[in-house]
Design a protein around this ligand. Structure first.
Ligand SMILES: *Cc1c(COP(=O)(O)O)cnc(C)c1O
Length: 454
């Protein structure tokens, strides 16, 4: 299997090469050159498999350049780090509502599903190329923590995560700064997430520096992230009662379009999922797109669901590629217009597969309270966005993207109780090691220069 860029001006790559490259050199995102078909026979064979086995059966159709035993080892190790044997439990709340718990990984948010695998793929690549790897990213919370936990203690690898000092939650900071791993650098910078992000962009633009230190970006557009995320949709769908399988709508709290894109690609491979709900918070660029057909950037307004406080849904370009009939010239045209004007009006795309909702902070609090009262089930603020206006004529599978204990303040305000989780409690007792640096490109470069893996 080869992987091609959405913009059509970069050579095709193997799975491992595409994963190691991240963003394609023409500015596009990598996609499989064709989507494999999953037949009814395949689905029947998948039915009895455990999570890691299923993940292997799925990913081996893409990662054709990795020997099977090695791929299996990577996947087994990745999901052994989860605190449930079933990895992604599907919890029925009532006959028409299920929750898919995606928070049993080391950082208690769904990003672990991809980053536990990605970290191990990076490590394999370093070994094969006999090169070090320095992973560099900016985070507003969950991505940085998940990347750190995917790469901590990996050989010849260092991970540098910039975050705005005082603007991530104390628990998120602890997840980044209390690992005790010698190759992890939590970099607290003055200013906002956007400042950190733009400093990073400049560091990556310095070609000589990037090549010399084997820098790799930690972000949400890596091919391996999307493919690893397909698996939990498949796993959940296989576990639904036969009568529900044809009428299932996956409800996806989303910001970057990364999570819901994975489910949609699985549907395109032939899994008969009925549809997807795009559930946004008050930052509702995707809601507006799917209800009105116009993609238009607005300002980011910080919300109770901070991991969805996003302006530009970076994974949207992959969906765009399929929507314009897999024509890279059209993708380039749309992206250029969007770059220039901050806006694009679409004529046609697969609207039939999607519904959309958006959720204010007041609604998030109210929904957390309602779900707790009605089902004795506690959800986090991101998951709460998914419980807005569930379709009464469908079987709804709501993706629970984070554990409620990550957001104790919002939960306490909503129901008067503070949820706990043993792994977060343990963090409170560990020393916090963070590095305060200025958030300008020169300071970031100087820090990496001193601490890079060689
Ligand atoms: C990252 C994140 C999201 C949004 O995921 P996208 O891939 O941007 O759609 C939702 N919830 C939580 C808890 C997250 O960490």
């Amino acid at each position: 299997m080869r992987f091609i860029s959405t913009r059509g001006q970069a050579p095709s790559l193997s799975f491992s090469e595409a994963v190691a490259t991240g963003l394609a050199p023409d500015g596009g995102l990598y996609l499989p050159e064709s989507l494999p078909a999953l037949t009814a026979t395949d689905l029947a064979c998948f039915e009895p498999l455990g999570y890691a086995e299923l993940c292997f059966e799925f990913l081996r159709r893409f990662a054709t350049d990795i020997p099977a035993a090695e791929l299996r080892g990577i996947i087994d190790a990745a999901y052994a780090a989860f605190d449930r044997a079933d990895v992604a439990p599907l919890i029925p709340l009532d006959a028409k509502t299920y929750v898919l718990e995606l928070f049993h990984g080391p950082t208690l948010a769904f990003k672990d599903f991809a980053l536990q695998v990605l970290g191990r793929l990076y490590e394999r690549q370093c070994r094969l190329r006999r090169q070090p790897l320095n992973a560099l990213g900016a985070t507003s919370g969950d991505t940085g923590a998940a990347a750190i936990h995917g790469l901590q203690n990996a050989a010849r690898t260092a991970v540098f995560i910039l975050y705005p000092d005082g603007r991530v939650s104390p628990l998120q900071e602890r997840q980044m700064a209390c690992t005790g791993a010698g190759n992890v650098y939590a970099l607290a910078v003055d200013g906002t997430f956007d400042h950190a992000q733009s400093a990073l962009k400049e560091v990556f633009a310095d070609q000589e520096f990037r090549v010399r230190h084997h820098l790799s970006a930690v972000n949400s557009i890596n091919l391996a992230r999307v493919l690893a995320q397909c698996v939990y949709y498949l796993y959940a769908w296989l576990r639904l009662p036969a009568a529900a399988k044809g009428n299932a709508e996956f409800v996806v709290p989303t910001g970057n379009f990364g999570n819901v894109l994975a489910g949609w690609m699985l549907q395109k491979m032939g899994v008969p999922i009925r549809g997807f709900r795009i559930a946004t918070n008050q930052n509702d660029i995707l809601y507006r797109l799917f209800t009105r057909g116009t993609y238009q950037v607005g300002d980011v307004h910080p919300s109770f669901a901070p991991s969805m406080d996003i302006q530009v849904a970076s994974n949207f370009e992959r969906f765009l590629y399929y929507s314009v009939g897999r024509d890279p010239a059209r993708v380039r045209e749309v992206m250029a217009t969007f770059q220039r004007t901050g806006r694009y009006a679409f004529e046609h795309f697969d609207r039939d597969s999607f519904t959309a909702s958006h959720c204010t902070d007041a609604e998030i609090s109210q929904i957390i309270g309602r779900v707790y009262r009605e089902h004795h089930y506690l959800i986090d603020p991101h998951t709460a966005c998914g419980f807005k206006d569930l379709a009464p004529d469908r079987v709804n599978v709501v993706l629970a993207t984070a554990h409620p204990a990550k957001f104790p303040d919002v939960i306490r305000n909503a129901i008067g109780l503070e949820p706990q989780h043993p792994s977060l409690e343990a963090l409170k007792a560990r020393p916090l090691v963070k590095h305060r640096i200025k958030g300008d490109p020169a300071s970031v470069r100087a820090f990496v220069e001193r601490h890079a893996a060689v």
